[in-house]
Write a protein that binds this ligand. Structure first.
Ligand code: AMP
Ligand code: MG
Length: 349
């Protein structure tokens, strides 16, 4: 398949191009598009064959449901059984934005889109190109992240092209995704809402609106025997090709241990890299360092993490050691993704 690649500037949207992209979706095709979190791989959420195509293009297991993206709050009604009070409150507080809500689905949404579930995941992105594209596509775009299954989600068009060129109809290049991690997912179908995937909208922010919020135990606990409530969270995700290990503990001990581990790996002839923070970057005795930013700046760490994991692949890095991060606020999302990328392989010093 010939994949058309177009550029659209969020601040100066080319309506003719957007309407072309929208038509592809209406005709049952697939288009990758930028959002504020990561790039999405879009198809018509109401068309079962489009959803099947999405799974095929990604190589994604078909029990892993897709998020339905809308551009207008009122459109939530059409795809859900009812828009509950907590859903309204969350939409008021965080939409458009990086929050996905799970609600009971209406019969308009095919099971192919929800991975066989009676619930549907809904998000309304704030990215202007995403919103214009969703409207041009008919209002309901099913979109998982635009990576091949198992790879880190793409935060810029270069990585979408790497994974999807030849597999889908069009890629909209909108530059860097601002946030860099996937949306926060909250399930509103249980008595007490439950955080299924941490993201830029934090647990603390959700609690301010909803009161109590439970947290899916599997988010940070690799030994937890329960199944994650979001089917997609059970797969080893976000993984670089190299063998990633997180080193946790007192900073002094972490730096020393990573230096030791790197020396050992290099003695074995392995191409090795360290994921460090600005504060410690000068303390490692190797030049293979990628800094994710300052410890105090979680937004930059979130923004850079997937790009760094992808760069490790580009450079054929075989062994990666990463410092660990505070698991609160946005740090909860950062540690969740890093732990998954590492297959929960952690050394405690
Ligand atoms: P992605 O957009 O590729 O990061 O994947 C979407 C995520 O949303 C996956 O982890 C899914 O398991 C989750 N998800 C989508 N729909 C539902 C649903 N109805 N119930 C629970 N989780 C869902
Ligand atoms: Mg994904």
């Amino acid at each position: 398949m010939d994949t058309k690649i177009i550029k659209i500037d969020e601040e100066n949207i080319d309506e003719a191009l957007i309407s072309k992209a929208g038509k592809i979706i209406k005709n049952g095709g697939l288009v990758a598009f930028p959002t504020e979190t990561v790039y999405g791989l879009g198809g018509d959420a109401l068309n079962p064959s489009s959803s099947k195509k999405i799974y095929a293009a990604k190589g994604r297991p078909s029990d892993n449901p897709l998020i339905v993206h809308i551009a207008d709050i009122e459109d939530m009604q059409y795809i859900t059984e009812s828009v509950t009070m907590p859903a309204k409150a969350l939409a008021d507080a965080f939409w458009p934005g990086p929050l996905t809500m799970i609600l009971k689905k209406s019969d308009k949404v095919p099971y192919e889109t929800t991975g066989g579930l009676d619930t549907v995941a809904v998000r309304m992105p704030v990215h202007k190109t995403a919103a214009a594209f969703i409207r041009a596509a008919g209002g309901y775009v099913a979109a998982p992240s635009a990576n091949l299954s198992g790879k880190p989600s793409p935060t810029n068009a270069k990585y979408v092209i790497e994974d999807m060129d030849g597999r889908i109809d069009m890629i909209i290049d909108g530059g860097d995704a601002g946030i860099g991690l996937e949306s926060t997912i909250v399930d509103l179908t249980s008595d007490i809402p439950m955080l299924l995937r941490p993201g830029y909208i934090t647990l603390e922010q959700l609690k301010k609106v909803l009161g109590s919020v439970d947290v899916d135990k599997t988010i940070l606990d690799g030994d937890c025997k329960e199944r994650p409530k979001a089917p997609g969270m059970k797969y080893r995700h976000y993984a670089p090709k190299g063998d990633l290990t997180i080193v946790d503990g007192d900073m002094e001990a972490v730096v020393n241990r990573i230096n030791e581990l790197v020396r050992e790996a290099q003695a074995r002839g392995k191409k090795t890299c360290i994921i460090a923070t600005d504060e410690n970057a000068g303390r490692y005795d190797t030049s293979y360092i990628k800094s994710v930013g300052s410890r105090d700046d979680e937004e930059t760490i979130a923004h850079r993490l997937y790009t760094i994991l992808r760069e490790c692949d580009d450079e054929d890095i075989e062994v990666i050691y990463s410092e660990s991060f505070e698991a609160s606020g946005i740090g909860q999302a950062i540690m969740n993704r890093l732990l998954k990328a590492a297959g929960h392989h952690v050394y405690h010093t």
